[in-house]
Write a protein that binds this ligand. Sequence first.
Ligand code: NAG
Ligand code: NAG
Ligand code: NAG
Length: 320
Amino acid sequence: MSFLGVLFIFVAIGGPVGHAGSFISLHCSPEVNAQYGQTSVLGCKISISKELKDPRITWLSWTKEGVEEPLLHYKEGKLKAEPGYSFASPSWSTSMDVSLRIANTTLQHEGEYTCGVTVNTVNGEETSSLIVTAKYGTPTISSRPKKITLNSGGTLECRASGGYPEGQIRWFDENGKEKTEDAKMSATPMDGGLFQLSSRLTLQKRSISSKYNCTVFNASGGLDGEVTSLPFIRPYSEHKSPEKEPQPAAYKIVTPLVVIGSCIVGLLLALLVCRRRTQQTQIDVSEEDKEAAEVCDSAPSRIESVYFTTATFTFSLQED
Ligand SMILES: *[C@@H]1O[C@H](CO)[C@@H](O)[C@H](O)[C@H]1NC(C)=O
Ligand SMILES: *[C@@H]1O[C@H](CO)[C@@H](O)[C@H](O)[C@H]1NC(C)=O
Ligand SMILES: *[C@@H]1O[C@H](CO)[C@@H](O)[C@H](O)[C@H]1NC(C)=O
């Protein structure tokens, strides 16, 4: 709670300054929450009692702890301002609203500021703290390996950057069950002091939820952003293998018949040739003798070649 709700509430701690009479008092917001990159205002107002006739600011100075030169300095009609600093109210000298405006707030602006004034001859002084926060950008999820399936396991990485102060990344599974304890988070300072958060969630094989949700919380536990991983798909091997295209029944029967038939025909032809040769050699026992023997010897290989030819033929039929 502490500093959160206290923007622009002016608290009088300054009390009366000066001799005995409480002529002026300075009221500044003790704590101001500013957004990184935005304009912020440190609110300060001077209260002047009625007894002080013709009040006039004669001297004013806004300083920051650790910075030597005043950010804003006024004395006897002369105003000097550092770049980026100005009075929030253009009519400050008459309205007595001496709030400090900071353009384009960065982390360097965080700290304790002091406003000192002199009205006529009465002095006053007050301090104000500036607290800068930056909202984390929309988180993004990446995975390793690129394609995670329900039974593969892997790592999901969630990143969110540009926030301040250090926040937290939490993970939830499909059923809203927190999985942050399976993850490892790191916060890296970027340029300008803002943080990049990165969290790696290890997914155990076989206990993967179909999707995960990465949520980014700021330092005070407020939700800054969230993103959900794409649902993981069921791996291919767990799908039913698609049924083979049924072949026409007639084709199934015809194919072996062709093969067997061709073999028989080939075999018969070979035997016929051999027998005829043998008969011839009996009649005319001459040179043809050797030749016939050779032909018959080669009969088995002929049968084989017939078989192969048929098989090739059948194969090409099936391919079609
Ligand atoms: C604000 O400050 C940042 C860092 O100094 C700078 O990069 C950015 O350009 C500034 N923006 C404006 C609007 O001045
Ligand atoms: C992420 O999970 C939290 C906790 O279960 C839930 O509140 C939130 O709606 C979820 N966000 C998305 C985008 O699913
Ligand atoms: C966190 O977020 C809440 C809600 O958006 C906001 O009110 C609060 O100021 C933020 N706090 C910080 C430290 O950023």
